[in-house]
Structures are given as structure tokens and as C-alpha cells.
Write a new protein. Structure first.
Length: 182
């Protein structure tokens, strides 16, 4: 009788773990499907002011472009900023390379983050709706690589809090992809 009572008592817990695992697997599958769907598409059009000048998709023509979408309330976004900055430092010497970043954080917050992390690449503060539209509503963080024809060649959503994993992901996943385009 005790084994039956034990199973009855533990079943809800096991069931909850199984449901959580299934939910995570479904979310992961959905994100991978969204990433795959973005491949080969053009980045939606945008126009922002940057240092008093208009910056649009046209500024990206004939360049390999790394795009990162983030915000300050996203812990994985903030965790990867240092390694993304390192990636920028590695590739900024290439004239046909552009690195841009979009966030819906207000400009004052962006400036504080830029100083705190010594970020040298372009960060565009846009509305939350535009940030979602441009990132194809995949959540945060999202990183994309566009080829010289303006088509998305690589898309990765989600992030890690583990610095070693971030470094590995950026330099083994993004860096080789970008080098193929340069």
C-alpha cells in the first residue's frame, strides 16, 4: 500500500517536470522555426537618427552586417555585451563590415550602457514595436548576420548567462559566419 501512496504523491511532481520539459522543447522548436524562416529574407526597412544623421537600410548596402537586438531588462542580453563588443573590436577594421544594434531602451539608458561597457558600435534606440518588427518578434537577445545583398544568412535567438558559453557561441558561431562574408 505504501508504494501506491508514494506513487500517488509523487505523480503530480513528475507530471509537472514532464510538462515543463515539453513546454521548453516546444518553445525551443518554435524559436528554431522562426530563425529558419528568417534566413534568406531582407531586414525590414528602418530609418533612425544617429549622431544627427539619418541611418537606413541603404547605409548597409554591399556590406556584411552583424545585427544584435537587446534590452536592459534581458539578463542574457546584458551578459553577452562584453563578448559582442570583443567581436566588434575584432572585425571593425574590415571596410565592408558593419555592426549595428537595436534596443527599445531610451537614449539616456543607451548612453549609460555604452559608457559602462565601452561600446563603440552603433546602437539605435527605436520603439518597442519597431524593435519587435525588425527582430521578427523572436524575443531577446537576437543576433543576425546579413550578407552583402541584404539577406539574412544567419539568425540566433536566446542567450546564456554563462560567460564561457557566450564567448564560445560568439567566436565559434558568429565569427566564422562573418568571416565567410568578408
Amino acid at each position: 500500500m505504501k508504494p501506491i501512496l508514494f506513487l500517488i504523491a509523487i505523480f503530480p511532481t513528475l507530471n509537472a517536470f514532464a510538462q515543463q520539459a515539453a513546454l521548453e522543447m516546444n518553445i525551443d522548436s518554435l524559436l528554431r522555426a522562426q530563425e529558419t524562416h528568417a534566413i534568406g529574407k531582407q531586414l525590414d526597412s528602418f530609418a533612425v537618427l544617429y549622431n544627427g544623421k539619418k541611418f537606413t537600410n541603404e547605409n548597409l548596402a554591399a556590406k556584411t552586417v552583424f545585427i544584435n537586438f537587446w534590452n536592459t531588462t534581458c539578463a542574457p542580453c546584458m551578459a553577452e555585451l562584453t563578448e559582442l563588443n570583443n567581436l566588434y573590436d575584432t572585425l571593425k577594421r574590415h571596410p565592408d563590415f558593419e555592426y549595428i544594434s537595436f534596443t527599445f531602451d531610451p537614449p539616456k539608458v543607451v548612453e549609460r550602457i555604452r559608457k559602462q561597457y565601452a561600446i563603440a558600435y552603433k546602437i539605435f534606440s527605436v520603439s518597442i514595436a519597431d524593435c519587435g518588427r525588425l527582430s521578427r518578434n523572436m524575443g531577446y537577445p537576437v543576433s543576425m548576420i546579413m550578407d552583402r545583398s541584404g539577406r539574412i544568412k544567419f539568425c540566433k535567438t536566446g542567450g546564456s548567462m554563462n560567460k564561457k558559453e557566450i564567448r564560445h557561441r560568439i567566436f565559434t558561431t558568429y565569427y566564422p559566419q562573418i568571416l565567410k562574408e568578408l
